[in-house]
Every structure is written in C-alpha cells, then in structure tokens.
Design a protein. Structure first.
Length: 373
C-alpha cells in the first residue's frame, strides 16, 4: 500500500504540474501588462513603430478578397493608432513621442490608397469626399473616427481636429436617420460591433471637447443595442442584424469599443462572455466563438477556431478585460496569447511572430486598453 500511495502521489504531482506550470510560465508577464508596465509596453510599441514605417499594401494581407485585404491594412493602422494613443493616456510623459506616431497612422488611414477598399465596396462612393451624403460607410468611418477622437483627446487643436468634427457630425446625422439606429458597414450589411465603434467615437469626441453634444444619442443607441442586438438567452452581441448568431469575436471587440461610451454595458458583455464562452484548458484562458446551441465555422472575423475556441475573440477579450479591471480573466487570456503568439524580442522591440502586422496591432491596442481604476 505505501508503494501505491507514493505512486498515486507522484501521479497527482505530475498532473498538478502539467496543469499549472506551463500556464504560470506563459502568464509571468501578465501582471506587468495589466498594471501598465511601461517597459513591456514600450517593447511592443517599438515593434509597431517599425511596422507602420514599412510600405504596407493590401498584398501584405492575402485573404483573397480585395475588401478584406484592404480592411486588414486599414485595421492595422487603426489599431496601432489606438495603442499609441492609449500609451500616451496611461503615461503622459510619452505624449510627445506617441502623437507623431498616431498622426502617421491617421495620415495613412485617410490616404486614397488605404481607403480604396471602402470606396470600392460602396460602388465608387468615397467615404471622406461624401460626408454630406447619405451612404453610411459605418465600418470605415466608425473605426477611423475612434482614432480621430482619441487623437483629439490628446491634442485638441491637432491637424485632424476639423476632420474629427466633420466625421462625427456625419455619423451622428446618419444614425439619427437610420430606422434601426444602426449603420450599414457595407451596402446591406449591418454589424453591431462596427456600430459600437461609431458610438464609442462620438462619446470620446464629447470627452475630448468637454461637451455633451452626442450624449443623448449615445444613451439612446446603447439602450437600443441592449433591446435589439443582444441575444436575450446568452447576453452576447449578435454578429449581424437582423437575426445573426451571437458570437465571441463581435462581443469581445464591442465590449472594448463600448468601454469608451457605456462602461456598464461593456461590463455586462464581459460577464456574458465569461459565462457563455470562457474556458481554460490547462489554465490557458480562451473564448469560444459560438455559444452552446449555435454551430458555425471560422471566418475572417473569428480567425482560426481550435476546438471551438476563437483566436480573435480571445485576443479582443484582453482589451475588454483590462477596461473592466478583470485581472484574473486578463491573466489567463494573456497566457494563451503568449503561448501561441510566439513573442520575439530583438533590439528592444517585440513582435508576436504568428500575428503578422494586423495581429500585432490588435494586441498592442488590447494590451494597452485603458485600465479601470
């Protein structure tokens, strides 16, 4: 019996070590990232600085779709801009360094070559040349304006202040006229998560200027989103409207965007994700793309699915966790990103090898999302 007990004890020790040690190794930097360690953040910032200095084109994102290739190019600059801006918010002493990097990203986002994917998707209707028109351009303008509003918060009289005002006014006018209070991302395609970026940008515009110009619209939008676009059974955001399935990638990214506009709604979405989607095999936290009772495959929104767990949902949830002050969720998700992202530190810069430009930009934005104090 003593021999059997010793054997059982060793099996238990090995099992516990297998369960905890790899996770602990991968999560060792999580606390620093969550607290806002400037040295860690600076490594990834320098990696993104080098990325946006490269002559990126849609060919760097070979998804096989002109719209998606262009969207990912645009998204790389947008998420990088958010990361640079959030770093300046958390570390005001870095503001002089980060502002030129944000401006570089915005200049590329509004360049004809980068916005061409949206112009083409809207049959030649240019999103910036037709701000007085009625075509929604909800995706391009919403994501652009979130970066513009963050830039405005840091530099109220900056080079893109007038554009921020014009885009904000156009988005607000189009939302008011939309019967569903939702904008089309592309003709006939409505994504609530993109609209969350729109409303986040308007709330941040008000914050930047110290006004309440869009406060009533923001409140009405968020109330309508709860009523119409959030699945009653799961509490998760529907990916498309009307009637799309609730999904992890859209819910997690929307929780980040709504953190700028309605922290209570953002918190509720995080709670729903933890309840309906979260799992931690061997201590590595991840989110499923689809809740129980829904079936679906991976796509450009979700990224690859591994046993139902989504790459995009897991990465986006890092930002939502930090904005909601959820250190435990952040810790477990970070361990997974660290394991599969394959971080590479060279010459004082960090890159996640498996992420590519868009993956690194997204992680930069999510890891530096404003932390709830």
């Amino acid at each position: 019996m003593p021999k059997l007990r010793r054997r059982a004890l060793w099996i238990l020790i090995v099992a516990v070590a297998t369960w905890t040690v790899p996770h602990r190794l991968c999560a060792r930097e999580a606390g620093g990232w969550f607290r806002g360690d400037g040295e860690l953040q600076g490594k990834l910032e320098r990696g993104l600085e080098q990325t946006i200095a490269r002559p990126l084109t849609p060919r760097d994102f070979p998804l096989g779709s002109k719209v998606l290739d262009g969207e990912w190019l645009f998204g790389t600059y947008m998420m990088a801009a958010m990361g640079f801006g959030q770093l300046a918010l958390e570390h005001p002493e870095r503001r002089a360094r980060e502002l030129p990097l944000i401006e570089t990203c915005i200049a590329k986002m509004i360049s004809p070559a980068v916005r061409k994917f949206d112009t083409d998707a809207w049959s030649g209707d240019d999103p910036l040349e037709t701000l007085d028109g009625d075509a929604h351009h909800g995706s391009y303008l919403g994501y652009l304006n979130l970066a513009l509003s963050l830039d405005r918060l840091l530099d109220p009289t900056g080079a893109h202040a007038a554009l921020n005002d014009r885009v904000s006014a156009a988005l607000a006018r189009r939302l008011e006229r939309a019967p569903s209070l939702l904008l089309d991302s592309y003709p006939g395609e409505v994504f609530p998560v993109d609209n969350a970026a729109v409303i986040g940008s308007l709330a941040l515009h008000d914050r930047a200027l110290g006004t309440h110009e869009y406060a009533a619209l923001v409140a009405r939008f968020c109330a309508r989103l709860r009523q119409r676009s959030i699945d009653a059974r799961t509490g998760l955001l529907r990916q498309t409207m009307p009637g799309g399935a609730p999904r992890g990638s859209g819910t997690a990214l929307a929780a980040y965007f709504l953190g700028w506009a309605d922290p209570a709604l953002s918190h509720d979405l995080v709670d729903a994700m933890k309840r309906e989607l979260y799992g931690a095999p061997l201590g590595f936290g991840a989110l499923r793309e689809y809740p129980r009772g829904h079936r679906g495959s991976g796509d450009a929104d979700s990224g690859p699915l591994v046993l139902g767990f989504g790459v995009s949902a897991t990465g986006f949830a890092l930002g939502a966790a930090r904005m909601n002050g959820d250190a435990a969720l952040f810790d477990s998700l970070f361990a997974t990103v660290q394991l599969f992202g394959a971080p590479d530190d060279r010459s004082g810069a960090r890159r996640f090898v498996t992420g590519g430009p868009i993956g690194n930009a997204i992680l930069f934005a999510m890891l530096t999302a404003p932390r709830k104090r």
